[in-house]
Design a protein around this ligand. Structure first.
Ligand code: ADP
Ligand code: MG
Length: 221
């Protein structure tokens, strides 16, 4: 920034195994969102390596990278990021458009994803006709519709009241229990306490990492 160099992350070394449920915690500015952007291939580190499903991200072509982002990563944000003019169903189906899936099949897949988050009755509603918790359910359905390897959620409950936050966390835990790998950011200790593994960041460094799976290759660092 200007003539100041900000090290958003420094010396970070982390391995996340399939079907882990990992929470990143840490103060504002500690590097949590930067970490998520790098894991999600939205951003590239100026140094170091990122490997996803056995491939080094820096070696991927632009096409491969676009495909990985669309197929292997599902992102959920604090402020939902739904398209306001589209119905819940169309929002959820949106990522499938770029895969060349026919409209009928897209609708069927989106409907199944909405059923999974308990919102099929609201499929024709637009985001402004839904509560915050319902919007986040739609966003989760959209993130999951293409069965990504990894679900990333950056403060998914940050804009929700505590009861709704608990429901959303319960949903995320259900998705994890069904086999999904999940990484989420939270600064709520009650939420972190319900995650298997908790990684704490401070000034761009990992200062603790507890509860990683012990199995080889499953994030035992
Ligand atoms: N685009 C940017 N340009 C300059 N500094 C940035 C940028 N994005 C984030 N930072 C800085 O990087 C650090 C980590 O930010 P971030 O990953 O957003 O933290 P968190 O999500 O934990 O609040 C902070 O010091 C922040 O100010
Ligand atoms: Mg952040």
């Amino acid at each position: 920034m200007g003539d100041q160099t900000v090290h958003a992350l420094q010396g970070v070394d982390l391995e996340i195994g399939s079907n882990e449920l990992v929470a990143f915690i840490g103060a504002s500015g500690s590097g949590k969102s930067t970490m998520m952007s790098i894991i999600g291939c939205l951003d590239r580190p100026s140094n170091g390596e990122v490997w996803l499903n056995g491939s080094e991200v820096a070696r991927m072509s632009d096409d491969e990278l676009a495909r990985v982002r669309n197929r292997d990563i599902g992102f959920v944000f604090q402020s939902f990021h739904l398209l306001p003019r589209m119905t819940a169903l169309d929002n959820v189906a949106q990522p499938l458009v770029y895969r060349g899936i026919a409209p009928g099949a897209r609708r069927a897949m989106a409907l199944r994803a909405l059923e999974r988050v308990g919102l099929e009755a609201r499929m024709h509603h637009r985001p402004n006709e839904l509560s915050g918790g319902q919007r986040q359910r739609v966003a989760i359905a959209r993130a999951l519709v293409g069965a990504p390897a990894l679900l990333l959620a950056d403060e998914p409950t940050g804009n929700l009241d505590s009861a709704t936050a608990r429901d959303i966390l319960a949903l995320i835990r259900e998705v994890h229990a069904a086999g999904q790998t999940v990484v989420l950011v939270t600064h709520e200790p009650e939420i972190a306490a319900q995650c298997q593994r908790v990684v704490r960041l401070q000034d761009g460094r990992i200062v603790s990492d507890t509860g990683a799976k012990a199995a080889a290759g499953a994030g035992a660092r």
